[in-house]
Design a protein around this ligand. Structure first.
Ligand SMILES: [Fe+2]
Length: 227
């Protein structure tokens, strides 16, 4: 523990408050600005990108302190409040491993690539009726270190991402809504889309069906299986 605090003090001259307080405060403010439409989502992404690109020590801190894991998602910190919860986690993907396309309910998150190359597929959720989902696709993106993903109900709330040319480490900073951030009910609260069954329904929108998590991972957890 002392070693971590020492590293932070060296990196920021702020002492341990930076991670325990300042970084939480920073994302708390940014999430609130997004909720209240006081900042454009693209601008918010750029802000976070700049924070990490100009503080390489911050990135090194997370990589050195928390990334020695094979777990797909390692929770590294949470702040639970009465009506929401902030969660810091590290997502690790092996080369060609893919997180199947999904959306979350009651959730907003930034994901920062700490190391590696990541392909990102993003969509806007237009409607869900029963198991049927209508969504709008965007061009595939290639993310490098310091690049940022953002997803929430008003911006690219459906996504899938994977590691190419080697493993990827991602810092995920999420805010969960609901009583105590619903921390007792689920970790991820994810809903997966069956992309093999997608069809174009008009110029802009696609349609497909929800599938169970187990099936989603069976079909779509490798990049080569995904088109
Ligand atoms: Fe997600």
């Amino acid at each position: 523990m002392l070693k971590i605090f020492q590293r932070l003090r060296d990196a920021f001259g702020h002492g341990p408050e930076y991670y325990n307080g300042n970084l939480i405060q920073y994302f708390d403010d940014l999430f609130k600005q997004l909720e209240n439409k006081l900042i454009d989502p693209q601008k918010a992404k750029l802000k976070v990108n700049e924070l990490f690109a100009t503080n390489q020590d911050l990135k090194t801190f997370f990589l050195n302190s928390y990334c020695d894991t094979k777990k797909n998602l390692k929770i590294i910190g949470s702040k639970v409040r009465l009506f929401n919860r902030l969660r810091f986690g590290i997502i690790s993907l092996e080369e060609n491993e893919y997180e199947p396309i999904h959306y979350h309910n009651g959730f907003i998150s930034f994901q920062i690539v700490l190391a590696g190359k990541c392909i990102l597929n993003e969509f806007d959720k237009i409607s869900v009726k029963g198991k049927q989902v209508v969504f709008k696709p965007y061009e595939n993106q290639l993310l490098n270190s310091d690049d940022v993903m953002l997803n929430f109900s008003k911006f690219r709330d459906i996504h899938g991402f994977g590691a190419i040319d080697g493993p990827v480490k991602i810092l995920s900073i999420g805010k969960y809504y609901g009583l105590f951030g619903k921390f007792k009910f689920s970790i991820n609260n994810r809903w997966y889309l069956d992309m093999d069954k997608k069809k174009q329904i008009n110029k802009e929108f696609l349609q497909t069906f929800l599938i169970e998590e187990e099936e989603a991972y069976k079909k779509y957890s490798k990049i080569e299986n995904f088109s």
